[in-house]
Structure formats: C-alpha cells, structure tokens
Write a protein that binds this ligand. Sequence first.
Ligand code: UTP
Length: 407
Amino acid sequence: MKQETKQLLEQYGQTHLLSFYDQMKDHQKLDFERQLDTLDWSVFDCFDENSSQDGKGIISPIDALSIADIEANRDTYVRIGLEAVKAGKVGALLLAGGQGTRLGFGGPKGSFNIGVTKELYLFEQLLKNTMDVVKESGTWIPFFIMTSDKNHEETVGFLKEHNYFGYNPDYIFFFTQDMAPCMDYEKKLLMETKEQLAFSPNGNGGWFTSFANAGLLKKAKEMGVEWLNCFSVDNVLQRIADPCFVGAVISAGCVSGAKVVRKADPNERVGVLCLEDGKPSIIEYYEMTPEMTYSQNNRGEYLYCFGVILNYLFRIDQLEEIMEKRLSTHVVEKKIPYVDPDGTEHHPEKPNGYKFEKLILDMIHMLENCLAYEVDREKEFAPVKNKEGVDSIDTARELLRKNGIEF
Ligand code: UTP
C-alpha cells in the first residue's frame, strides 16, 4: 500500500479499515487500494459545513402559474413547447440512481412491477408517458438515464430485455452517478464486505457533474438539446418533456421551471418552492417554521402551498454556469449494512450512520429564476415511495385507476 494512502488513513483516524487487508488476495488488495485512492475525503468536512450554515436567507412566497392560468394559455404554450421538442431542443433525464430503500424492493426501482392484471413496470410507464410526446411531435426525445454502481447493470439489462418498452434505443443514453463513502456515528468509514468499503450513490444532485463527466453534456449539445427535463423514477403519472410546461417556461423567459402541486394539507411532507433573498429556493418540510406552514393570504390560501414533485426543466447553458460553484453536501442518517472489524455482518434496523448526498433541489437556488408551474396532483403526482400508507403502491394504483391506465 502506498505511503500516502496510509498517511491519509492515519490523518483521518481510519486505520480500522486495514483490519482485513492482510487476508485479501492480491487483486482484492489492488481494488481496495483503488477505492481508497479515489475516495472523496471531503465528506469529512461536511459536518463543519452543515453546522456553519446558520439558517436561510429571507424567505417569501413565490407566485405560481396556476392551473387556471395555464388553461387560459394552453394553446400558446403547447405550440411553443412542441416547436422546441420538434427542433430537438428538449431532452428527458431520468434520475434512477437511488436505492429505493423505503420501497424495499430488491432490484432497481424502475423495474418494480406495479401491475395487477398485467405487468406494468415503473420504467415502462415513464417511457410510455414520454412516447405520448414523441407521437405528438413526431420527434424522438433523447432520453438520458442516470444509474449508480449499485444498479447500473441490472437497469441496462432490464430495459434491453424489455426492448426499451418500444422506445428507440438510439435515443437512450445511460450514465452512472458518483458514489460517496458511508460512515458510522463515530465518523469511522464502514466496510460493506471484508474487501469493499461501504459506498452509496451521492444523491440526485450529483447528476449534472456525472452527466458532463460521462461526455453526455457534449453529446446533448451536439444534438441541439437546450433544455433538460429531470424527473424521478417513481412518479408514474408524471408528464415528461411536457410541451405545455416547456412552452410556459420559455414564454415566461425563465431559465428553469418546477412542476408543483398544491399541498394536500399544510403539513404534507414535501419540499416547498418559495423565494429566498429573491431567488427561487426549495424549503424542505422539516425546515418550515409553524408561521410559514400556516400563514395565509386574505383569500384564505396558504402562502407556502406549492410542493415540488421532482420534475424540473433546466436550461443547459445555465447549468454549465452553476457547475463552477459547489453544491452543498447533506449529511443524512441512514441504515447502512456493514462488516465490523471482527468480521461480523450487521444489517441494522434503524439508522446507524451517515450517507452524503447532493440534492437537485439545491440547484434551483443557484439559478436566477424558476417558473412554478402548477399541476393537478390527481393527474400528475403518483409517487411510489413506500410499501404501504402515504405515497405507496396502493395510492399510486388508485391514481392510475382514476386516470384510466390499465395495469
Ligand atoms: P428519493 O429521495 O426517493 O430516494 O429519490 P431513493 O433513494 O430513490 O429512495 P429511498 O429514500 O431510499 O426510499 C428521488 C429520486 O432521485 C433519485 C431516485 O432514483 C429517485 O428517482 N436518486 C436519489 C438518484 O438518482 N440518486 C441518488 O443518489 C438518490
């Protein structure tokens, strides 16, 4: 092992990671050393960063383009949006690198079958939703898929095996996101096996750097893509590359847009789009003060009522500018399986350590503006987050049924 690597381990108090080194075979040693050499040691600084973030700027409500506003201008927005799609300016970007731990499904979340009387995979429904716009515009929309080391091969294999559910494979591009190490509450890095460090995907905010590093930013620009619609893997009802949304953002002269729903109740656990020091910002539900949660305007409407649904439109040139700045890293407490220095495997049932994530919602605050675009949650918001209860398989099935989708 290189002297510098040993020094780093000592400097960061991580020599416990060498417990199994002597038992490793030569190729395992090489692989393990490579993991250490490429490790993002900056995660150790995140704790200071997070504690020095003393609150937010001045928060104020944001005006949204309401469903009524959209309906009044639908034809114009659709015309403008379709023009952009037909000109190849709009790409779709599926964030599918997450681990879907809440759903507790073994494979990549997109390969989850939500069907009852027939198969209906999450990936399938998302590709079908995109096909609606492909058909309407007569144009294949470049469809980028972000995976992680944890699910890349399975995702690629699954989609190939299902013939990309009828989508043109020439327009499907995969890339993998970066990984971040995991540590316990004593800030000791964890081992997933006796030969491997424990890593987890570095959050959905890592997408743009990974997209660019994979050469896809260059590729997208060569193809003429100017806008990217980023969305999550689990909202089966969402509209993708939606011409009306694209047209509305372009008409408003905005550099980004976020689809929002009116919160079901003031305490719904969704991030809220608002303004922070006059710039768009998303406040997480746990950051809301009671005053923000309950304040109303004189029509009795809640001021902070627009929840984001992880469906954003970004103008690519603006993303390139913000890439120069650093997205903050969030420290999140999670259940992390690990092998202890005695060689015993642990599968914790409650959080036992930290993962490090960059979040796409932080990108919004780095941009000059963002159009809040209201959608009907009954028609466009059916996330499959949990096995049961809120935002679960059952609630999504109910909404699929209401929207006449067979499954
Ligand atoms: P979630 O916040 O729901 O996380 O991701 P998750 O990992 O899928 O699920 P849980 O929290 O473990 O149950 C929202 C979207 O961001 C993607 C997910 O795939 C999903 O589409 N994501 C999340 C990534 O692409 N990479 C990540 O590192 C995290």
